[in-house]
Design a protein around this ligand. Structure first.
Ligand code: APR
Ligand code: PHB
Length: 392
């Protein structure tokens, strides 16, 4: 097999990239280790920046999004019985966030890729990459029980945090920046009407978040220990903690319902640099992960492939490789700003084990400052809806 761009991974990064390249007439093949059903059912976050929604519209894959998404025009932060209410469009020049589950985005992208006749192989497990410093790198994978090889001009490593592409870069070339926070997020989906706004809470007992997937389905999170087990969390305990931490002790605001999905997510920041090596270019979680507090994982993957697709299109159309050479530097500018914001929100909203009385007072003072400062609250709002793309 042979193609111009071999794309490893059919998550948001790989799928958005494949549609952007295909539209420009660049041949690409997507290799995904899992089944279609599996990737379309993986429950992830659901906050889309305006830039992500605009890209879906630009690619003509936003019809269902327009019908089904929910609009986040405000962001609430509750603490010590007080409420920080952020008017997102008023604080960001009119931008809002869109609530639409990542698995829904993946479904729409896969449908479009297949409808447009793009090559997308499921249950194609990539085992190794070769020749990254040559002009003809190869991807080795198994599909249908057979060992196969894909010859490429370029490889896009979009295979997520646990993929094989980042490890294909020699360890002495990579610099790893890693911070594991001393907490996890227990996330649930419930058949219950959501709160009116996206609501974060900093409570003495820990962080909580009330989000949503539809007018009938809530997406709810409570901070837990990083090595906690879902088995330790009965439905009753989850609802108890949500009512308390969200400031609803009378249990009148937050409606309960059947919990039909539970899972624990680690809270971690990880960046590997550079994001390129020879003919290999990493995008999305393959290169970086951010704490879920900022709801930025999918949106950062989109930002990477916007840069990568533009650089690849220029290269294949004109032979100019200046943008490709600057790919990693260009992406990392945004990556670190998003890591900054996600780290700030994580530190602001969680109660970490061992937090001293001094640190708690500083944290509460920060929340009070945001409550009373237009500048501080505007900073959160403009990051939540998504910073402008600098390279435009
Ligand atoms: N061969 C082929 N495919 C692979 C391999 C492999 N060896 N290893 C991983 N994959 C696939 C995974 O099955 C997954 O479908 O690569 C895809 C990577 O997708 P994501 O992990 O979703 O990463 P990305 O596309 O960068 O999107 C980032 O997804 O995980 C969330 O929180 C994350 O919101 C963020 C977003
Ligand atoms: C979600 O809806 O899954 C969500 C919302 C906000 C976050 C993280 C996740 O910060």
């Amino acid at each position: 097999m042979r193609t111009q761009v071999g794309i490893v991974g059919a998550g948001p990064a790989g799928l958005f990239l494949s549609l952007l390249l295909q539209r420009a007439g660049i041949d690409c093949v997507v290799l995904e280790s899992r089944s279609r059903d599996y990737v379309e059912s993986r429950v992830r976050a659901g906050v889309l920046e305006q830039g992500t929604v605009d890209l879906m519209a630009d690619l003509g894959v936003d019809a269902r999004l327009r019908r089904e998404c929910m609009i986040d025009a405000a962001l609430d932060i509750r603490f010590s019985g007080k409420l920080i209410h952020l008017d997102l469009p008023g604080m960001s020049g009119g931008k809002v966030a869109h609530i639409y589950g990542q698995q829904e985005v993946v479904k729409d992208l896969i449908a479009a890729r297949l409808e447009r006749g793009g090559a997308l192989l499921f249950e194609a497990e990539v085992s190794r990459l070769d020749g990254l410093k040559s002009g003809r790198p190869t991807i080795h994978f198994t599909h249908g029980g057979k060992a196969q090889m894909l010859e490429c001009d370029v490889i896009a490593g979009c295979d997520g945090f646990h993929g094989v592409c980042r490890p294909a870069i020699p360890a002495d070339v990579l610099t790893i920046y890693d911070r594991e926070f001393a907490c996890g997020w227990l996330g649930v989906l419930s058949e219950s009407p959501p709160l009116a706004e996206m609501t974060y809470a900093n409570h003495d007992r820990g962080f909580a978040l009330a989000s949503r997937r539809s007018p009938q389905v809530s997406r709810l999170y409570v901070q837990c220990d990083p090595d906690d087990d879902v088995a330790n969390w009965s439905d009753a305990r989850i609802w108890d903690e949500l009512h308390i931490r969200l400031g609803d002790p009378g249990r009148v605001e937050l409606k309960e319902g059947r919990i039909f999905q539970k899972g624990i997510t680690p809270v971690r920041s990880f960046v590997s640099a550079p994001m390129q090596f020879g003919r290999l270019f990493l995008a999305g979680d393959a290169s970086h992960i951010v704490p879920p507090t900022g709801a930025k994982g999918l949106n950062l993957a989109v930002a990477d492939v916007r840069v990568l697709s533009r650089a690849l299109i220029e290269y294949f159309k004109t032979g100019a490789d200046a943008r490709l050479e600057l790919y990693s530097d260009t992406c990392l500018k945004r990556v670190w700003k998003v890591v900054r914001y996600s780290t700030y929100m994580t530190t602001l909203l969680h109660r970490f084990p061992g937090q001293t009385a001094f640190e708690r007072q500083v944290q509460l003072a920060e929340l009070d400052y945001v409550l009373n400062s237009h500048a501080a609250s505007t900073t959160i709002a403009e990051n939540y809806v998504g910073l402008p793309y600098e390279e435009d």
